[in-house]
Design a protein around this ligand. Structure first.
Ligand code: GLN
Length: 560
């Protein structure tokens, strides 16, 4: 049994103050990177204080994208109840992109999971007549979940635990209490509390204001937690005077007040922390062997984001365009692929609820070099997305359709090329005459909506002699899925004579994974989400394919 007497892991707890949305996830991933630069093994946990079991049902506009893991985790709150989880918080996308490691869904702990497991256990008589309480029952369960992650594989040197939300939030209290207990049990030299705050710059007085940081640190201290390090989000690097002030009020040495300034490329943050000495401070804090950080390949990758000699514009028609984070992994995947092609991508968001006619979309797409048709659910904005796909059929603009984007591209093809009026997905039109996208027969027999969702990583078999095969250069790959509806082969077979090809299947050969057009330079739709596998130092071949096709298209467009 693993316990606090063991030497490993050391714990870094990351809390947030002042505001949410100040980049706690990127900070956590960057701290993990500092350890990786030195050859230490890491693992990351994110705690989300909301009551949902997982973020699968959350609206992307409110919460940003839902990230999908390769592995699926069967969460068993008690013996006879289980939930399959592959949908997790979008910060895990950041963790995977920074660390190059796949995360396991059990690394995302939500209040919903914790409370459900304690309450169901109580119903089963698991607490032997005792009063079930936040302390110790909820806090014990939180600590148990953290130790479960530690023990899951070989024990990491460092475990990072990011606490979602901001200190002072009611929902986060039990988690911060569990952190306090862990710090007490493990000792101050095996734990580091890192507090991430905002230090606003007030232009009219020309000053950085440290008061919000002082207040949030005080709130943290009132919960029994003393920060070991404070990371300050600010427009620029903090001047020495501001650092000294924060150090004094937070009761920490000045060197442990770290700037987190605005940077053009987020992947630069670990290097910026390295310059502030944070890597060495943490290693020293834990009494680990000091090692020279190997930042060479990471620095080279970061530089490639700055060395663009060309720019292209990719349109993203969709319905979650008001919050950049709704399509976070897609935006990152585009940027990764573009950097490799020495190109910068500008994204043109098109809100397709407002722009829903072919005329609108023809005009909107007249100045772009490629279209990424977005994933999504439900009826809103769908007609505009279908029109966007229709325009790409006619004008030969490169198109990459992701999941819903692929399904709606097929609807456009059915209506415009096959002449099947009223073709649709049954997600939107249950009575469609041409249900080219529909549930599979066995799904129709299942009542439980949640149970019919196809999630997580699956093998993809790529047909030979297709564009997809040339792009991947392999017969078989593995991708991540999150869908309920399917492309229906009965209809797709008929589309074959007009140039539509099925380019990938699942292992059974029944589920269509990808389609493409033979008479178009780049018109590809995939049922999966390649963006979840893209890494800054290893872009996904499909995104690379889109960027390259867009560069070609731009050359021709500019000549015209
Ligand atoms: N709504 C579609 C489905 O359920 C597509 C989902 C998606 O784009 N991730 O199949």
């Amino acid at each position: 049994m693993l316990n606090s007497m063991q030497e490993k892991p050391n714990f870094v707890f990351i809390t947030g103050g002042v505001l949410s949305g100040i980049g706690k996830g990127v900070t956590t991933a960057s701290i993990a990177k500092l350890f990786q630069f030195r050859g230490y093994n890491i693992r990351i946990i994110k705690i989300d204080p909301y009551l949902n079991i997982d973020p699968g049902t959350l609206n992307p506009i409110e919460h940003g994208e839902v990230f999908v893991t390769d592995q699926t985790w069967t969460f068993r709150p008690v013996n006879d109840s289980e939930f399959n989880i592959s949908e997790i918080d979008l910060d895990f996308g950041t963790y995977e992109r920074f660390t190059g490691m796949n995360v396991h869904p059990s690394q995302n702990i939500t209040s919903g999971q914790i409370y459900l497991s304690v309450i169901l256990e109580e119903r089963k008589g698991g607490f032997l007549g005792r009063t079930v309480q936040i302390i110790p029952h909820i806090t014990d369960r939180i600590k148990q979940r953290i130790w479960d992650v530690v023990k899951k594989d070989s024990i990491p040197d460092i475990l990072l635990v990011e606490i979602g939300g901001t200190v002072g939030d009611i929902e986060a209290m039990p988690f911060l209490e569990a952190v306090r207990q862990l710090v007490r049990e493990l000792g101050r030299n095996r734990t580091a509390v890192v507090h991430v705050t905002l230090v606003p710059y007030i232009k009219s007085v020309g000053e950085f204001k440290t008061k919000p940081t002082q207040h949030s640190v005080r709130t943290l201290q009132s919960l029994g937690l003393q920060p070991d390090i404070t990371i300050c989000r600010a427009e620029k690097r903090l001047p020495a005077a501001a650092k000294e002030k924060i150090a004094l009020f937070c009761n920490i040495p000045k060197e442990r007040v770290i700037s987190n300034p605005d940077i053009p490329v987020i992947y630069q943050l670990p290097l910026s922390f390295e310059e502030e000495g944070l890597g060495n401070i943490l290693v020293e804090h834990f009494g680990l062997e000091p090692r020279r950080p190997d930042t060479d390949s990471w620095s080279k990758m970061v530089r490639s984001f700055d060395e663009a000699s060309d720019t292209i514009t990719i349109a993203m028609p969709g319905k979650y365009t008001t919050l950049g984070d709704s399509y976070k992994s897609i935006n990152q995947a585009l940027a990764h692929a573009a950097a490799v092609c020495s190109t910068k991508v500008t994204i043109k968001w098109i809100e397709t609820e407002e722009r829903s006619t072919e005329e609108c979309l023809t005009s909107d797409l007249s100045d772009v070099d490629g279209v990424l048709l977005t994933p999504g659910f439900g009826e809103r904005g769908v007609e505009g997305m279908i029109c966007a796909a229709t325009v790409t059929l006619k004008s030969k603009i490169p198109l990459l359709g992701i999941c819903y984007g692929a399904q709606l591209s097929i609807v456009a093809f059915a209506r415009n090329v096959m002449g099947w009026k009223g073709a649709h997905t049954t997600e939107v039109d249950i009575d469609s005459l041409y249900p080219v996208v529909d549930l599979m027969d066995d799904q129709k027999l299942t009542e439980d909506k949640g149970g019919t969702m196809r999630l997580g990583g699956h093998d993809v078999h790529i047909a030979e002699d297709t564009k997809l095969h040339r792009i991947y250069g392999t017969d078989k790959t593995h991708e991540r899925f999150r869908h309920r509806y399917h492309l229906i082969d009965r209809y797709l077979n008929k589309m074959h004579e007009k140039g539509l090809k099925v380019s990938a299947f699942d292992s059974t050969g029944k589920i269509i994974n990808a389609i493409e057009l033979t008479n178009h330079p780049f018109w590809i739709g995939v049922q999966y989400h390649p963006e979840f596998k893209s890494r800054p130092d290893n872009p996904h071949p499909l995104y690379l394919g889109l960027i390259r096709a867009a560069l070609e298209y731009k050359k021709a467009r500019v000549k015209k």
